[in-house]
Structure formats: structure tokens, C-alpha cells
Design a protein around this ligand. Structure first.
Ligand SMILES: [Zn+2]
Length: 482
């Protein structure tokens, strides 16, 4: 997770729900108990009676014609599956559960291991189905039964569900609109509020963590889809320990790894890579694991930074247009532009790297990378020149365009050719506008500059028209006035 997210108020409720799973497993793996015993035992305990009761999640009647909760179906399958297993096998299933749900207390331990599914596989499969059902029940209307005694229910009068978890997460994490994995938008489309929950440790591999509060992370749909069942602990053939991966709510943050940029000019694309900090093997394995589960992220950042680069150039030119409108003939001060970039990067890198700020931090890193290299700055300046050229066009095409606009366009084109003397289009446009303004000398200089840059073959029709314009100017200039 590139944003370090904060745990929320639904933690205890989810933990309690996880403990209910434990209570079910603990009962089922005992010797000589039946589904009927289970039902009687759970119905009598107010903490667990919802597991056997009807109501939300009910799928039908059992043989006695009595309404029964959906979970009982899975409990019965578990009983059937454990028949004929040894007490040791059943115990190891429970031991695995008890071990795995403690993972959040061992994130810095070198020796913590998740349990291996070493019990007879079909028993394990039924156990997985049972616990995964808990997660499915959080969708939709949620778990009214568990919630009557829990905080969320009391605060909001709502059952424990993905909806109430989202509410709790939002209030603990202001700036929620950002995906903690990729820093992209969390909800897509104007009205979309639906987010997806990533089981950071996939529930297909770690079923015991299917409703564990530290394993449920709201992410954007593209992160969730591209991550799929990838295991953060197995980025390569070798397994990593918990202390070698990002752990949601506990460890993460863009500043704990190193973000590198690579220039691919002349293609307008920036390649972003995430690696470990210098001489820090632990940070290197965090990066390795992150890159494995979120393969798409670095590529998306490249595109996002391209958009940002464009906006940054547009903003520089917009600001310059305002100065020109106020002060008339002005020259764009490159030292001032560099200073602005420096200030902007410094400000962004001071942000606390939480939510919206994490994106800003990324942009700060990018700006710093840009300004620390002459050729990259030259490229930026060329982009500013191109934007000045475009902006001048835009000004002239404005229906309200008058003499002030023509004057502004000339200033913009003059600046464009000052910044990038090779920008042929700006020379041409400048020449055409000076012709319209009746400034023969300036028009001639601009059009001659254009001809020097562009070969006749490259733009034949324009070349001929410019040649005609130039000879007309020469005739005009050599003929006596009056
Ligand atoms: Zn995302």
C-alpha cells in the first residue's frame, strides 16, 4: 500500500466476527458431536444464536421445517467432511485458524508463518467455504444478528456490512477518494460510490482471513481486478516473511520505497519504477512484493505524470498570459519558472503522504527529477514554447478577438521563438500576423526564419505562398514611399 491507511471503528466488530468463525470451528472439530448438538449449543448462547437462527441470510427450511440460517448449511457440510478424520487432523485445522488470525500482531516478526493447508484437502475446502461465507454475508444487507451488540450498530443503527465498514473507514481516513494502492481515483464515474474490498492476503489462499479487519482494504476496481489472487508473500519462487511485505494499516507509504523515473524521449512517455531505498534490503523486498501484486501501477503512473506534465505547462502559460494582459510586452523569465518549479516540488515533498497528498508527493518527486537535469529542463522549455504557440492561436480564434488580442498573440509568438528557435510553426504564425498588422520588416524576418527551418519539400504549398509573400514585401520595401 502506497498510502499508509488507518484502522477504523469496525475493527472490533470484524474481529468479533472472526472469533465467531473460530467458535464454530472449535465446536465442529470436537470428537463425537453432531450438527444437532451444534445447533442446540449455539442457539443457547446469545453471542452465537444468530449463526443457527433464520432471518437475514436464510436460504430455506431444513428437514424439521424450521427456518435456518445460511451458515448452518455450511456447518453441516463441515460435519460431513470431518467424519473419519483423526483428532490430530481436526486439531491442526483449528490451530491454523488460531495462528493465522493473529498475523496482525506479528508483522515485524521474522519467524511468523501462516499455516499451511496440510489437513485433508476436502476438509480444508469445506472450512474455507464456511469462513468465506462470512465475507459474502457482509455484502448486501449485512449481518443484523451480530450487530445488535456492536458499536457500528449502536452508532448508526445499521447492521455490520461492507457499507458500514466503508463508513467507518472513511471517517478514520479523510481524503478517502484515493486508492491506497495506486493513488488513483477510488470511485469511478460521477455517481459511483461503490468501492471494492481487496483481501490483501487472498481469501482463496488464506480463507481464515476472509473478514479479518487487517486484511480488508478498500481499493479501486482496476487494482482489485489486476491483483486477483496474487500473493504478496510470494512475489518470486521464494516465500517472504510478513516483515518483508507491506501490511495494510500497519506498514506502507510511498516514502518507504524509492520512486524512479526514466525518460523515453522522443516518445512523450515517462516510465516509473518502484524499488527499495538505497542499501535497504527490507525496503527492496517491500517494493518487490508491491510490484508483484500491483503490476499495473507503475505504468499508470507514467500516464498520469504525462497528463500532469501537460497541465503544468498549460498552467505556466496561463500565468504568463495573465502577466502579458496586465503589463503588455513581456518576456517569459526562465529563472522565475525554475524557481516556481523548485518551490512547487519542495511544497509537495513536505506533504504528509496521506491520501491526496501522496499523489502530490509523487508529482513533487517527478518535478525534482525534471529540474535536476539540463536536457529534461530543455524539453520542458520546448513544451512551454509549443504551448505558447497553441495559446496564441486560441487567442486569435476567440470571437471577441480584437486589436488587444492580436497584440497578445504577437507577444506569445515572440516568446515561443525565443524559448525554442527551432519551433518553425511559431515563426510562420508570427510572420503571418505581422503581415496582417502591416509590420513588413518583422514579417519578413519571421518568414525568412521559417524558410531557413523548413525545406521546400516538407511543406510545398506553404513554401510557395511564403516565397510570394516575401517577394511582395521586398517590392513594397524597395519602392519609394508615397
Ligand atoms: Zn487502485
Amino acid at each position: 500500500m502506497l498510502i499508509k491507511i488507518k484502522m477504523h471503528d469496525a475493527e472490533q466488530d470484524l474481529m468479533r466476527l472472526t472469533e465467531v468463525m473460530g467458535a464454530i470451528l472449535e465446536y465442529v472439530v470436537q470428537p463425537s458431536v453432531s450438527a444437532a448438538d451444534f445447533k442446540a449449543y449455539f442457539a443457547a448462547d446469545p453471542r452465537y444464536s444468530w449463526v443457527v437462527a433464520g432471518g437475514r441470510g436464510t436460504i430455506g427450511d431444513d428437514q424439521e421445517g424450521e427456518k435456518e440460517g445460511k451458515l448452518m448449511t455450511w456447518v453441516k457440510k463441515m460435519f460431513a467432511a470431518t467424519e473419519g478424520t483423526t483428532p490430530e487432523q481436526r486439531h491442526s485445522l483449528l490451530a491454523r485458524f488460531q495462528n493465522d488470525i493473529q498475523f496482525h500482531l506479528h508483522v515485524d516478526d521474522n519467524d511468523f508463518e501462516f499455516g499451511e493447508p496440510d489437513v485433508i484437502s476436502y476438509v480444508n475446502q469445506y472450512a474455507s467455504d464456511l469462513v468465506i461465507n462470512f465475507y459474502d454475508m457482509l455484502g448486501g444487507k449485512g449481518l443484523a444478528g451480530t450487530s445488535k451488540s456492536n458499536q457500528i450498530y449502536q452508532q448508526q443503527n445499521k447492521p455490520l456490512s461492507l457499507f458500514t465498514i466503508e463508513r467507518a473507514y472513511r471517517s478514520a481516513n479523510p481524503g478517502f477518494g484515493v486508492c491506497p494502492a495506486c493513488l488513483g481515483e477510488l470511485s469511478e464515474g460521477a455517481n459511483a460510490t461503490k468501492i471494492q474490498y481487496d483481501h490483501y492476503f487472498p481469501k482463496s489462499i488464506y480463507p481464515m482471513l476472509s473478514v479479518h479487519p487487517y486484511n480488508l482494504v478498500p481499493v479501486c476496481s482496476s487494482c482489485n481486478n489486476s491483483k486477483g489472487e496474487k500473493n504478496p508473500l510470494e512475489p518470486t519462487g521464494n516465500k517472504l516473511h510478513l516483515n518483508e511485505v507491506f501490511v495494510p494499516y500497519q506498514r506502507g507509504g510511498i516514502d518507504t520505497v524509492q520512486v524512479c523515473f526514466q525518460d523515453t524521449r522522443p516518445q512523450p512517455k515517462t516510465i516509473v519504477t518502484i524499488i527499495g531505498r538505497d542499501n535497504d534490503p527490507i525496503s527492496a523486498s517491500w517494493a518487490l512484493s508491491f510490484n508483484h501484486i500491483y503490476k499495473r501501477v507503475a505504468e499508470d503512473w507514467g500516464l498520469a505524470l504525462l497528463t500532469h506534465h501537460k497541465k503544468m505547462v498549460e498552467q505556466l502559460v496561463d500565468d504568463f498570459v495573465k502577466v502579458c494582459k496586465r503589463h503588455g510586452d513581456t518576456t517569459l523569465d526562465l529563472a522565475e519558472v525554475t524557481k516556481q518549479l523548485e518551490d512547487s516540488a519542495d511544497l509537495r515533498l513536505r506533504s504528509d503522504r496521506c491520501f491526496a497528498d501522496a499523489r502530490s508527493y509523487l508529482v513533487g518527486l517527478y518535478i525534482n527529477w525534471l529540474r535536476k537535469d539540463t536536457s529534461r529542463m530543455d524539453n520542458l522549455i520546448k513544451n512551454v514554447a509549443e504551448q505558447l504557440n497553441t495559446e496564441a492561436y486560441k487567442q486569435l480564434n476567440n470571437p471577441k478577438s480584437g486589436s488587444a488580442t492580436r497584440h497578445l498573440a504577437v507577444i506569445l509568438w515572440e516568446n515561443a521563438v525565443l524559448l525554442d528557435p527551432q519551433l518553425a510553426d511559431a515563426h510562420y504564425n508570427r510572420g503571418q500576423l505581422y503581415l496582417k498588422l502591416g509590420e513588413g520588416n518583422k514579417a519578413r524576418l519571421a518568414l525568412e526564419a521559417w524558410q531557413r527551418l523548413v525545406g521546400q519539400e516538407e511543406d510545398e504549398s506553404r513554401w510557395e505562398s511564403v516565397s510570394e509573400q516575401l517577394s511582395a514585401l521586398l517590392i513594397k520595401q524597395s519602392s519609394p514611399v508615397g
